[in-house]
Design a protein around this ligand. Sequence first.
Ligand SMILES: [Zn+2]
Ligand SMILES: [Zn+2]
Ligand SMILES: [Zn+2]
Length: 359
Amino acid sequence: METEKTVREIRINPIVPSESVLVATARNMRPKKAEAPAPRDTRRHVDTCPFCVGNESMTPPAIATYPAQGLWEIRIVENLYPVLGDDRENPNLNLGLQQTIDGYGRHEVVIDHNAHGAAVHEMTESHLALLFGAYRARMEQLYRSNRRLRYVLVFKNFGPAAGASIAHTHSQIIGMPVVPDNVQMEVVNSRAYFVKNHRCIFCSLIDEALTFEATLYDRESGQIRRKIDVGQFVIERGKKFIAIKPFASRYEWEVHILPLGHQADFLDSSAEDHADFAQVLRRTMARLDAVLGGAQYNYFLHSVPHGEDAAGNAASFHWHLEICPRTTIPSGFELGSGLFINTISPEIAAQTLRAVALD
Ligand SMILES: [Zn+2]
Ligand SMILES: [Zn+2]
Ligand SMILES: [Zn+2]
């Protein structure tokens, strides 16, 4: 392994150029405090846990279970404390510049597995394929049930540092009347790129990641200025999906999974897609777990928003899963400036993840 050079540079997110990250790897800088790893709750069953088998009466009734009969493996219920709900039908209030949109929406919990402490990398690939199939089916039903929903966000918090309030493995689905700003920025910028270059920027980034090496020459002297091993950002590759370490990663161990072929809407993914996706996800999570020793993380599914203008983004947007392990506590500098600091160079992080020997 080549010795680690100290890096201090601002990297521009190629998809959303207004989002940049400061990659600062000098050990003596310590710009951020490390998040203490939380001991993982590996129990199979906890008598007092509302998400455990046998305690179904402690949650609202199931919206869906997989399988539909017998012992459930995945169970979807309404959130007891929804951040958005359908109980209010107030007209939108306008107070001068301070406008509100009715907090209409749906908030549901997906109990990912019937085993209390199961981690994603310990689940079988067929189970993970079933889970992502369940997300897809629920997203479709929500979009169909209400035309006012512009976005259905699927996300998972795992570990207290990632905001999980219940230890039992679960994820959440929130249907919203607005498109979240970070998704909207990806939509707007990828569309602008498409208008200019007639290509999906996500597809272009995948092509670039699959290019083994790029050499940058100085325009005047013809000398080699910098050689970049572009393939170094690939973490996992399946038949239909790829896991990539983003060049401008906000989080030290952030990894994104994307379909290799262009697909804007997660709703267009098939059971066959989910089977391949599940393999790439499980292997990626196993690498993260091996390196981080019990990763606390969030993952978010970014798919093309629905509503008016959705068709206009079909060629330029490309759905993906963002996996963001929480290993450091955001500093005041980051919160105040919006400039994230990454203390591990993405190239070294990718190399470390790839070096993990999997079965
Ligand atoms: Zn439980
Ligand atoms: Zn694409
Ligand atoms: Zn995204």
